[in-house]
Design a protein around this ligand. Structure first.
Ligand code: COI
Length: 356
């Protein structure tokens, strides 16, 4: 990770801070933003000088390609503050690599690593007071890229904006999460963009998720588009199943996001001698396991959600409740992971990144 002090960044500070007006104890995920944001334009074939400026509206022509063809990708990252006031990020290089993987799939030019880390570190240092100490408090960081070129011809833009905005966060989901296994709708298809954090992957889930909400579910677990018989991912989270004491999760492929929390959990499971099977997960296997009483847990993993237990699921009109365990893997992994993130446990894998 290259943070390069020789890189120029244009910095314009906010004249005043909004921080005193924020109720940090009652944050709804993703609605409050810090004082500053980073923005960098792609023009004439190259990324220009990154700028840090007061958070606020940007202006674009109504014909900008992002509005018409959805040429947009994003990432989700978090920063944490430890008891010594040091700021840490978790595996940010993986997010950086992934935004460029997503960008490539959407014909967006890749962003340089040294610009990314230099600007991100500067932004986090400017808004460091927004990162609150304490287990569970974090700063959610949202890098994204949009095609800004005006013009409605259906072709990739020549101009782009790379931006980073930051939002203080507590938990993503409040309360219990029940999921519906998708029977008809699909999130991603073979050869498509499911693996990318393309904005449209998320927007396309809203309508079927609204239908599921009317039936009392908060999320959908998407099934494969061809047969709807294998469970894939939850859209905002990768998904894990615990049958007896074995963890099962689906392999990543071109339909499934290569989740950073997902792969961290697999590593933590292996080093804690928990058996993990990475293989296709038939809906029928989960229904049978639930019937036999050996389906102990389902949980989702993601940057925003960390590790989120699922309390029940529905399929073809049947509703299934999951047992409430005192020794759940979800709690075990969430605790292990967060202790690494907050610099409270040894970081054997070199996952932590100190913002300097
Ligand atoms: C994340 O976990 O960062 C995500 O991208 C999920 C999000 C859509 C809130």
């Amino acid at each position: 990770m290259k943070n390069d002090p020789t890189i120029d960044i244009d910095i314009k500070r906010a004249p005043t801070s909004k921080i005193d007006s924020i109720d940090f104890e009652n944050l709804k995920f993703g609605y409050i933003f810090t004082d500053h944001m980073m923005t960098c334009d792609y023009e004439n074939g190259s990324w220009q000088t990154p700028k840090i400026m007061p958070y606020g509206p940007i202006s674009m022509e109504p014909s900008a390609k992002v509005f018409h063809y959805g040429q947009a990708v994003f990432e989700g990252m978090k920063a944490f503050k430890d008891d010594q006031d040091q700021i840490w990020m978790f595996r940010p290089k993986d997010n950086f690599n992934r935004i460029n993987i997503s960008a490539k799939r959407m014909a967006i030019p890749e962003f340089p690593e040294d610009y990314f880390f230099t600007a991100l570190d500067a932004l986090l240092k400017m808004d460091k007071d927004w990162i609150k100490k304490g287990f569970g408090n974090s700063l959610y960081i949202r890098p994204f890229v949009i095609a800004t070129e005006p013009g409605v011809s259906a072709s990739p833009g020549t101009n782009y904006k790379f931006m980073i905005i930051c939002s203080p966060a507590k938990s993503y989901y409040n309360g219990e999460v029940r999921v519906k296994f998708s029977e008809n709708y699909s999130r991603a298809a073979d050869g498509g963009v499911g693996f990318a954090k393309a904005a449209g992957n998320y927007g396309a889930q809203f309508y079927p998720t609204n239908l599921a909400k009317e039936e009392g579910y908060q999320q959908i677990i998407w099934t494969d588009a061809n047969t709807h018989s294998f469970l894939e991912e939850a859209g905002t989270m990768n998904i894990f199943f615990r049958i007896n004491d074995t963890l099962i999760t689906t392999p990543t492929n071109d339909r499934i996001l290569d989740g950073i929390t997902r792969k961290s959990l697999i590593a933590l499971a292996e080093e804690n001698n928990i058996n993990v099977e990475i293989r296709k997960v038939p809906v029928q296997e989960i229904l049978d396991a639930a019937k036999e009483g050996i389906l102990k847990e389902i949980f989702g993993t993601g940057t925003a959600a960390t590790v989120n237990p699922i309390s029940g699921f529905g399929y073809k009109g049947d509703k299934h409740e999951l047992p409430k365990l005192t020794d759940s893997y979800a709690t075990f992994f969430k605790d292990k992971l967060m202790k690494i993130q907050y610099n409270l446990a040894e970081d054997k894998h070199g996952w932590r990144y100190l913002v300097k």
